[in-house]
Ligand binder design. Structure first.
Ligand code: WTA
Length: 649
C-alpha cells in the first residue's frame, strides 16, 4: 500500500464482529444482491407485520422515489426500548453526564426509559398530537430530549430537533416550515458553566408562529421564565400525572420518523426527511459494525442531538442495539480541557466518537490533560464531520489511543442517515485523513465534474456520487420533493450527488477533499454561505454581502464575509461588532463571521454574477494566483480587496 497504514491488531480483529475476510465477503454480497443482504439484516428488527418487498428505489430525475421494506409495519420506539425489556430491563440505557460537576450523573435503565417515554407520549397525546403531526424539539442535552424523540416515535409523530444554539428567528422558521403543533423546550440550557435562556428564545420565536402552537417546557434549571397560561405547559408535572403505559403505534416502514433541517448551497435550510424502518436499520447496523459495539460496552458520541450525528449515534443506533449510550450536557473544555477524558474514565467508556474540531482544540491544550486520566477502557475511537488533518489524527492515535486503538474516520451526511464510508475497526487498515472504503451496500463513484462521466480508473478525483440507494437514505425534502430532486439528482443524472469532492488513491481508498458547493463546514457544523449572506443583507446598513470559507486552525473552516455598505454609511469597528451580533441573532452563534472585510465593490462578471472563486482565494490569502480576472466588469475592485484583506499571515 502507498502511505503509512495502521492495520488492526490480530487480537482486535479476532474478537471483532467483522474482520478483513468477512468485510470482503459481506461487501461483495451486499452489492451483488442488495435485497438478500438487507432482508437478512432487517430480521434484527422487531416487525409487527413482516415486509415482503425490500428495495424499491429510483434515482431518475423527475421520478425519484425511494422505498425500503415498504409493506412492513413496526414501531421505532418499541425497537429501541420495549423489545429489550425482557432481557435487559435493568441495564443502563442512557448515562447522563451533566454540565457541572456538582450534579450527579444519572443512569437510566431500559425499564425507566420505557416509563418516561410512555409518560411523555401520553402528555403529547393529551395535547392532541396525532400520527404524522410535527413536534419541534428545542432542548439542551438532557434525558428529556431522548424521551421526547422516542415519545414522538412511539405515537407516530414526526420530530424536528432544532439545535439549542440556534436563534429565535431560526427556530421560528423551522416551526413554521414544518407546521409543528408543539414545541418542546426547557427553561435554560447550561453549557460550559453558562446558561442559554431557551424558553425566552422560544417565546421570541413563537411571536412569529401560529397562536395555536403549544409550548411544553421542561423545568430543568428552575430558572425564571415568563409563563403564558393556556399556551405553556410544565412537562415534568404533566408526566407525573400521566400513565406510565402507552401502546406503541404500528407504523409503516416508510412513515417519516423525523425532519432535520440542514444547510444547502442555496436559500433556506431544507427539511431532510428520514424514514422509520430503513433509517433505524441503517443507524443500528452501522453503530454495531463501525464501532464494533459489543453487549455491555459503554458508547459515547459527543455530538449534540440537534445534529444528525446525535440522532443516529446517541439515540437511534445505540438504543436499537440495546446499548448503553452516554449523553453529555457540557463542553470539552469545562471546567477544564480534561473533561472529555475525565468522563471517559468515570463511566469506563469503550467507544468514543467526536469531531476533528474538538480534537484540534484539545490538542492545543497539551497532552497533560489526557495523560492524567485512565483511558484503559477505550477500545475504538471515531471522528466525524469534516476531513481530519493527519496531525490531529496522529495526536488522537498516539495520545488518546496510546497507539493501540483503531480510529474510524466516518464520512457521511445528514442526508445519508448513517456512515457511508468508514473503516471497520477489525477489518480495515487505516490511513490518517482517509475515510477508507464503503460500508455494506454503498457504491461510491467519482465523476468528472464537467462531463459527469464515471472515473473507472482506481486512481481518480472529481465529485463524489452514490450509485444506488441504501436503507438510511433521506426520502425527500419536507414539503418540497422537487427541491429534493433538483438538489441531489439533477446535476449528475442517475446518481445521488453528495456535494463533496473526493480523490481515490491507488489502493482504492477514498479521501474527501471538502464541499464543491457553497456550503462551508465550521467546527463540523454545516453552514450555507447563502444563509449568512441573506442575514447580513437584512441589516439596514448593508447593501451587499458575499461569504466564503477560509482555512481555520481549530474550526477547520472560518466564515469570511465581504460586506458592501449602503451609500454614506461609515465602516467602523462598532458597525463590524454590530454585524457580528446581528448574524448571531438572525441565525445563531455558529454563524458569526470570523472576519468581515469592507468591500467597496465585489468582483462581478459583466452579467452581474459574483466571482466567488476570486473571493475564496483572497480569503485564503492566496491572491498571487487569482487566475483570469479579465471577464470582470471592473477588475480594479480586486486590487482594493487584496490590499485590505483580513487574513494576512
Ligand atoms: C463533511 C455530518 C470528511 C462532508 C455527519 C459532508 C466529512 C458534510 C466527514 C456533511 C469525514 C462529514 N471526512 N468530511 N469523515 N464527515 N464530512 O450533514 O463535507 O452535518 O458532506 O453531516 O460534512 O455534514 P452534515
Amino acid at each position: 500500500m502507498s502511505d503509512k497504514t495502521y492495520p488492526p491488531s490480530d487480537a482486535f480483529a479476532k474478537n471483532a464482529h467483522i474482520d478483513a475476510a468477512a468485510y470482503d465477503k459481506m461487501y461483495a454480497a451486499s452489492i451483488k444482491d442488495p435485497d438478500a443482504f438487507w432482508s437478512e439484516h432487517a430480521q434484527n428488527l422487531d416487525w409487527i407485520e413482516p415486509f415482503t418487498k425490500v428495495k424499491n428505489a429510483s434515482f431518475e430525475m423527475g421520478n425519484v422515489d425511494i422505498r425500503w421494506f415498504e409493506d412492513g409495519v413496526l414501531n421505532v420506539a418499541a425497537n429501541c426500548i420495549d423489545r429489550h425489556l425482557k432481557t435487559r430491563g435493568d441495564q443502563t440505557a442512557i448515562i447522563w453526564e451533566p454540565d457541572d460537576l456538582e450534579t450527579p450523573a444519572l443512569h437510566i435503565t431500559y425499564n425507566e426509559l420505557h416509563e418516561k417515554v410512555c409518560r411523555m407520549a401520553n402528555v403529547l397525546l393529551s395535547q392532541g398530537i396525532m400520527r404524522g403531526d410535527r413536534v419541534v424539539i428545542y432542548l439542551p442535552m438532557i434525558p428529556e430530549a431522548a424521551y421526547a424523540m422516542l415519545a414522538c416515535a412511539r405515537i407516530g409523530a414526526v420530530h424536528s430537533i432544532v439545535f439549542a444554539g440556534f436563534s429565535p428567528d431560526a427556530l421560528a422558521n423551522r416551526i413554521n416550515n414544518s407546521g409543528a403543533k408543539v414545541v418542546i423546550t426547557a427553561d435554560e440550557a447550561p453549557r460550559g458553566g453558562r446558561k442559554t435562556a431557551l424558553k425566552s428564545n422560544t417565546d421570541a420565536a413563537l411571536l412569529h408562529c401560529d397562536d395555536k402552537v403549544r409550548c411544553l417546557v421542561v423545568k430543568h434549571t428552575g430558572g425564571q421564565t415568563t409563563w403564558i397560561d393556556g399556551r405553556d405547559i410544565d412537562v415534568k408535572a404533566q408526566m407525573e400525572h400521566a400513565s406510565p403505559d402507552c401502546p406503541a403505534r404500528p407504523m409503516n416502514a416508510e412513515d417519516p420518523l423525523f425532519i432535520l433541517y440542514t444547510s444547502g448551497s442555496t436559500g433556506q435550510p431544507k427539511g431532510v426527511v428520514h424514514s422509520s424502518a430503513g433509517y433505524l436499520l441503517y443507524a443500528g447496523l452501522t453503530h454495531r459494525y463501525v464501532f464494533d459495539y459489543h453487549d455491555g460496552d459503554v458508547f459515547w458520541c459527543t455530538a449534540d442531538v440537534g445534529w444528525v450525528t446525535g440522532h443516529s449515534y446517541i439515540i437511534y443506533g445505540p438504543l436499537a442495539n440495546g446499548a448503553t449510550t452516554l449523553m453529555f450536557e457540557g463542553v470539552p473544555t469545562y471546567p477544564d480541557a480534561s473533561r472529555f477524558w475525565q468522563v471517559c474514565e468515570k463511566h469506563k467508556v469503550n467507544q468514543f466518537y467526536t469531531a476533528p474540531t474538538a480534537i484540534r482544540a484539545l490538542m492545543g491544550q497539551g497532552k497533560e490533560f489526557v495523560e492524567k486520566c485512565d483511558l484503559s477502557d477505550l477500545k475504538v475511537l471515531g471522528t466525524v464531520g469534516e476531513p481530519i488533518n493527519p496531525e490531529a489524527w496522529n495526536w488522537y492515535n498516539d495520545v488518546v489511543g496510546k497507539g493501540t486503538r483503531p480510529i474510524v474516520d466516518t464520512w457521511w451526511q445528514t442526508e445519508t442517515g448513517g456512515h457511508l464510508m468508514t473503516p471497520l475497526p477489525g477489518a480495515t487498515p487505516t490511513k490518517p485523513g482517509s475515510c477508507t472504503t464503503p460500508f455494506f451496500g454503498i457504491e461510491p463513484v467519482i465523476l468528472d465534474p464537467q462531463t459527469g462521466e464515471e472515473q473507472t480508473e482506481t486512481e481518480a478525483s472529481g465529485v463524489l456520487c452514490i450509485k444506488s440507494s441504501w436503507p438510511g437514505q433521506m426520502r425527500t425534502v419536507y414539503g418540497d420533493h422537487e427541491r429534493f430532486e433538483k438538489t441531489y439528482f439533477s446535476d449528475y443524472k442517475g446518481y445521488y450527488f453528495t456535494g463533496d469532492g473526493c480523490r481515490r488513491d491507488a489502493d482504492g481508498y477514498y479521501w474527501i477533499t471538502g464541499r464543491v458547493d457553497d456550503v462551508i463546514n465550521v467546527s463540523g457544523h454545516r453552514m450555507g454561505t447563502a444563509e449568512v449572506e441573506s442575514a447580513l443583507v437584512a441589516h439596514a446598513d448593508v447593501a451587499e454581502a458575499a461569504v466564503v470559507g477560509y482555512p481555520h486552525d481549530i474550526k477547520g473552516q472560518g466564515i469570511y464575509a465581504y460586506v458592501t455598505l449602503m451609500n454614506g454609511v461609515e465602516p467602523t469597528d462598532e458597525l463590524r461588532k454590530d454585524l457580528e451580533k446581528w448574524v448571531r441573532t438572525e441565525i445563531g452563534p455558529i454563524a458569526k463571521p470570523d472576519l468581515i472585510q469592507w468591500a467597496p465593490g465585489l468582483p462581478k462578471t459583466r452579467s452581474g454574477k459574483i466571482m466567488r472563486r476570486i473571493l475564496r482565494k483572497i480569503a485564503e490569502n492566496d491572491h498571487a494566483t487569482l487566475g483570469d480576472t479579465s471577464t470582470l466588469a471592473d477588475p480594479s475592485v480586486v486590487d482594493d480587496l487584496i490590499e485590505n484583506r483580513m487574513n494576512r499571515k
